[in-house]
Design a protein around this ligand. Sequence first.
Ligand SMILES: [Zn+2]
Length: 288
Amino acid sequence: MSTTGSPPTVADVVAALDRRYPPAWAEEWDRVGLVLGEPANPVRRVACAVDVVPETVEEALAAGADMIVAHHPLLLRGVSSVAATTYKGRIVHRLIKADVALYVAHTNADVADPGVSDALAARFGLTGLRPLHPPRPGSPADGPGRGIGRIGELPAPLTLAELTRHAAAVLPVTAWGVRAAGDPGRMVRTLAVSGGSGDSFLAEATAAGVDAFLTADLRHHPAGEHLAAGGPALLDAAHWATERPWLDDLAARLRDELGVETVVSDLDTDPWTVHAAAPRPDDKEPRP
Ligand SMILES: [Zn+2]
């Protein structure tokens, strides 16, 4: 970045990220950009994480990071206090005392090209990518290739059951794993993927004519009604696992553009920590 050999500043990193993920591209309800940090401070190492929670903050501090770039906003809703007696206030204090800046790229990174779901699509080797949910024409994020979610072709067709096992193998490991809805023998050639909560894109997945849609946080009634209406099969992965792949892309771009060191958090911040498959009918007795 600098010709004098000095490291970029927080302001330099913010400028580079704002160019790649313009804050104007974020949804209206979203809160993105620099959350805290001194703009003039030097940045030698950036930690990338999906969630800003005490565990990922401690991980970043232990790694000697000067700045954290996260996907989920720490402060999404209005706050009237960041007292250290509150959960989020504690995090704010920890970061400010350690002089570590925090930057968030959320729905502006979802909509970007390449964005969050490109990294997810890459895990499946999808080709011929196009957006699942393009921005409203004329909106700030409107542009070629941009949009939330991606649609593409699998390298080879798989049954839904095979694709579900494949998804569990290629996505970051979580207790949740991957569950699917629909006929297990259904052939899947065209797959839509959307990192994070994808409930609101079920109708778009149907309209796109894909064979299956992989996302997170799917619910009983919307999923059941979607399938009853003849919609594509559904794969419900762990929210964190669908967004974690993007961190590698983010880190690579920060290294290339700014010459900073990066650390990527593999700490599973999904809230679900235990999963038990029901015993099969011929396997009722618990094994010793
Ligand atoms: Zn998310």
